[in-house]
Design a protein. Structure first.
Length: 400
């Protein structure tokens, strides 16, 4: 169509539209233009697409996003600049010159090339006999030996200048600041136990069981997997001084349990209970005010004798001397259950149960502090297992 007065060429409009399109990447890189500041060198690939012109709220968010991304790009370029790397390397070299060694001020643990796996051997024998239609008695003996147990030995022992707890310790190798531990297969313990059981099977509406265990666990260490030899003096291991009960030695363990299937004249009441009585665990009485053997370990046992605490809940113990020469408080707890069973139809029953835990509300304590230096020496302060007071719970069961 020929151009007339009412028609203008479209080439000028197309050029105008082209000039408003986003500038090339080199122009967006230039600091004088808006966009993602990346580099002033023209022709470099844009790290992010150029934002569109401002169009209301959406456009504002788009400009904010590219602005934050551009700032992060500048930070990245600055951190990885060669000048920053040189500054960092110079600081590290001034603090730790090449070839310098930093002394280890803590305990050092080394493995032994000849370390072997500990082992145990166990022997047991039992006998059971029926004494009547529903009564039986049994006895079992268990003997266990554990040898080549791991025991931490100090390769850098020291000797105090005196017997005070604060006396300086002179190490065999001053290159190391403190102890250098190594596991050695020099630990050993033995366990013997005799278990007797008298059991009455369910008949005439009741059953019962009495179980008693007499045990003895002893050795040259506590029995723990990571036990430490606290009696080593320089190169002498003094394993004989570590002889005594292990930390898990329970001499006496008595359990009585019984159940009445239906108490007469109670319309279906059932009753059961369990009573547990255990002797205390072994503990070592010490005094960290002094170091008699001067080996730098404040774990020397107190002499044999009777020792008492001072204050509320204080106890008196008889100490045989040596490691684990005394025993802490015992443990006793009575738990019971009472219930009724109602028959509500053919093959249907309704059970109501009430459980009472720690009927006597006895406070069972763990071993107290055994350090005579402490103000809590032989004071019962911590309950066994979190200290469960007397409590009751009720349950309902429907059977069909």
């Amino acid at each position: 169509m020929p151009s007339g007065a009412g028609h203008r060429p479209t080439s000028s409009r197309s050029a105008a539209r082209t000039s408003r399109s986003p500038p090339p990447c080199a122009e967006w890189d230039a600091p004088s233009r808006r966009g993602i500041p990346r580099s002033a060198s023209p022709g470099r690939a844009c790290p992010f697409p150029a934002p569109t012109p401002w169009r209301g709220f959406a456009g504002a968010l788009e400009w904010l996003w590219y602005g934050l991304a551009g700032g992060a790009t500048w930070v990245y370029e600055f951190v990885r600049a060669p000048s920053w790397d040189k500054l960092r390397d110079a600081l590290l070299n001034s603090l730790y010159p090449s070839g310098s060694l930093q002394r280890n001020t803590g305990d050092v643990f080394l493995d032994a090339a000849n370390r072997s796996q500990p082992y145990t051997q166990q022997f047991s024998a039992g006998y059971q006999r029926q004494l009547g239609p529903s009564l039986s008695v049994s006895g079992d003996y268990v003997h266990t030996i554990a040898r080549d147990q791991w025991l931490l030995e100090n390769l850098n022992p020291g000797l105090r200048v005196n017997t005070t707890a604060s006396g300086a310790i002179i190490r065999v190798d001053p290159t190391f600041v403190t102890n250098v531990w190594q596991r050695q297969n020099i630990g050993a313990y033995t366990y013997d136990a005799l278990n007797a059981v008298l059991e009455k099977r369910d008949s005439h509406n009741w059953s019962g069981r009495v179980s008693y265990t007499l045990a003895n666990s002893r050795g040259n260490n506590s029995g723990a997997l990571t036990a430490t030899n606290n009696y080593q003096v320089l190169g002498n291991a003094n394993l004989d001084l570590g002889q005594g009960p292990t930390d898990f030695d329970r001499r006496h363990n008595l359990v009585l349990s019984g159940r009445v299937s239906e108490v007469p004249h109670t319309h279906g009441m059932t009753l059961s209970g369990t009573l547990r009585m255990l002797s205390g665990l072994a503990m070592s009485l010490i005094d960290t005010n002094s170091d008699p053997d001067r080996n730098g370990i404040l774990a020397d046992p107190l002499p044999a004798g009777s020792y008492s605490g001072t204050g509320p809940n204080a106890i008196t113990v008889s100490n045989a001397g040596g490691r684990n020469g005394a025993f802490g408080p015992g443990y006793m707890q009575l738990d019971s259950r009472i219930g009724w069973r109602f028959k509500i139809g053919a093959g249907r029953t309704l059970d109501l149960n009430a459980d009472v835990i720690n009927v006597t509300n006895r406070a069972n304590f763990v071993n107290p502090t055994a350090d005579r230096r402490s103000t809590n020496f032989l004071l019962l302060t911590t309950l066994y297992g979190g200290g469960q007071p007397r409590q009751a719970q009720v349950g309902v069961r429907f059977g069909f």
